[in-house]
Write a protein that binds this ligand. Sequence first.
Ligand SMILES: Nc1ncnc2c1ncn2[C@@H]1O[C@H](COP(=O)(O)OP(=O)(O)OP(=O)(O)O)[C@@H](O)[C@H]1O
Length: 296
Amino acid sequence: MSAIRTEKLSKYYGKRRGVVELDLEVHPGEVFGFLGPNGAGKTTTIRVLLDLIRPSSGQAWVLGQPVRGNARLRQRIGYLPGELSFYDGLTGWELFRYFGRLRDRLDTAYLKQLLERFDLDPSRKLRTLSKGNKQKVGLVQAFMHRPELLILDEPTAGLDPLLQIEFQKMVREVQWQGATVFLSSHVMGEVQALCDRVGIIREGRLVAVSAIGELAERSLRRVRIRFDEAINPKEWAQVPGLKDLRFEGDWLEATVQGSLDPLIKAAAQHRVRDFISQEPSLEEIFLTYYDSRSAA
Ligand SMILES: Nc1ncnc2c1ncn2[C@@H]1O[C@H](COP(=O)(O)OP(=O)(O)OP(=O)(O)O)[C@@H](O)[C@H]1O
């Protein structure tokens, strides 16, 4: 059983594209990052998964069940919306009690523990809270019933760095306890730190799904090699996968696409004194991927 599955899922708002023929699969127990620029279709996908909007065509399943008209599924999902403003007139407590009633479950001890972890005062009306504090309310309500699946739309938007770390700890804990986490994000560092796999969505279409490590392998990395002697530039022109070659005395610098192997084999013909390979950040990976797709 998949935690989330969509099949040829499309959503149009009139003529405007939301998402197009999305085939998505999230495995139970994984943390899956859903990445894409503004307007790519992340929120649209999430809203379909929660049955808040209906797709134009295609289907979606959550925890093995069709999402359509399946209100009971919501009790098993923790959802952090991008915007909580709908509940502005309530205090934190009122909101938590309201959700407790909706879900038929309120574990006050666990709730208090979450409030403490997120350093949140639940007695204030949501309207009076800063963006960061509102986000904390949203996170607490998403986690408080220990859901099997968490669907989080931009979970750390507005959180300070310490709370971002606390959030990451929470995600790891619930994953350890068996939950699945699906999160949309622009924050590459967070995705890199947390996610097992990522899906990249662009203009409504899923353009890549990959384990974080594999994504890194496919992308560019900057390499610097220092040799024991000055080197001859001509020798390197034929090495596959090298771009932007630069030579400075006994240093060679290059951008490598794909496998490092040809470069390492060529370098091994000489005495190597130093070798520096810079792991691409997810941001670079992302840009590389987008650039190569748009050039194609
Ligand atoms: N209610 C709506 N009516 C019309 N168009 C919409 C509506 N909601 C979304 N769209 C359009 O659908 C596309 C996908 O939007 P969506 O909000 O899903 O993207 P997103 O990836 O979540 O972006 P962001 O990161 O900015 O939240 C966009 O072109 C957007 O303008």
